[in-house]
Ligand binder design. Sequence first.
Ligand SMILES: [Zn+2]
Length: 419
Amino acid sequence: MKKWLLCIGGQFLVTILLSQNITYARHIVDTLTSSYFEGRGVENQGEKKAATYIAKEFNRLGINPIDSTYFQEFNYPINTITGRLSVQIDDVILVAGKDYIVGANSSAIAGKFELVWYNKTNLPTNKQLKKLVERNFFMNKFIVIDDEGVDKDNELFQRLKLNFYGAAGLIFLEKKLTKHLSQSYQDYAVLHISKERMDRNTRSITLEINQKFIQNYQSQNVIGLVPGTLYPDSFIVFSAHYDHLGKMGDDVYFPGANDNASGVAMLLDLATYYARKEPPKKTMVFIAFGAEESGLVGSKYFVEHPTIELKKIKFEINLDVIGTGDEGIMVVNGAIHEKEFQRLQTINTKNNYVAAVKKRGKAANSDHYWFSEKGIPAFFIYALGGIAAYHDVDDVAKTLPLNEFEDCFRLIRDFVDEL
Ligand SMILES: [Zn+2]
């Protein structure tokens, strides 16, 4: 540390050190959410650009590759909604991303279609439906499904949702639009439309959806490590997925600031710490996983084709959606690894880092899952509270607070110290 820094008041010094860390995290989030990466999906290889960027950061920080490469390639199928996209209901033009989202498993379609509405008040009986199907009633029509107030197990509604009746497309009315990805597609169109944008009197839909199914898309995990000084054969693995939902049509991309540019920022912050500031006793492994949003594909591939010895992994810490924290953090598997969870809580209480450290059991909701399934102790940490944006166009860098980011970092660092 430079001498002149020591002359400055303690509080100011702390502020400088803090802001350096958070400045880097902010830079990573801003970069990964920029239009160059196009939502880090498969469209125009946005996810590949992100992987390349992370590998460059690994290299700059002095993180070691494994067998002279940072990349582990794998292939998987993916359905994409690309090219021209337009949706109009009666004579109202809808805005992609804001008013509607195309279903992950939608097929392509173009034309004008009549609408048939079903909600809790007008569900037909089995017999009525049978008659309608017999005379091809649903052919060249879109079924609008408003399942508010309908019993979740209602069999007819379940069958409507799977388009048992041969409609050209399905429209789901939603209170909140949430985008997903799919490794397959249906032979009909699927749309999710904001409920407040669609009037019950709407009669028709005019739309164009273009879709491309890619059978064998090549993605990659980005893997590097910092060798331990005392116990090089004992590994701590940090992971965060760098991919997100990519694009929808020509004009919309999903930035994924919280999900999961924030986790990548934390991964790179930890990499900086161990590579540049505090040489670790154990070997620290850093993995940025690809294709998480398509069904935890990259992490599954990694545990099935490990480039490090899995039995040497002492603990795995997965970071996904860590850009808020007003209400503390959630630890998936915290209820399974009680001893480690207690330690995390004790560190937090002693240092007053985050508002709460909560636990839950096993869940297949991020990349830690395949490690757990292999019997490797793993925590998945995500932040609680703050913004409501999730898997939508509002998950942007500008509104991501990162207000507990530094405290989360310290909590993880101290926890790893004691492992
Ligand atoms: Zn995520």
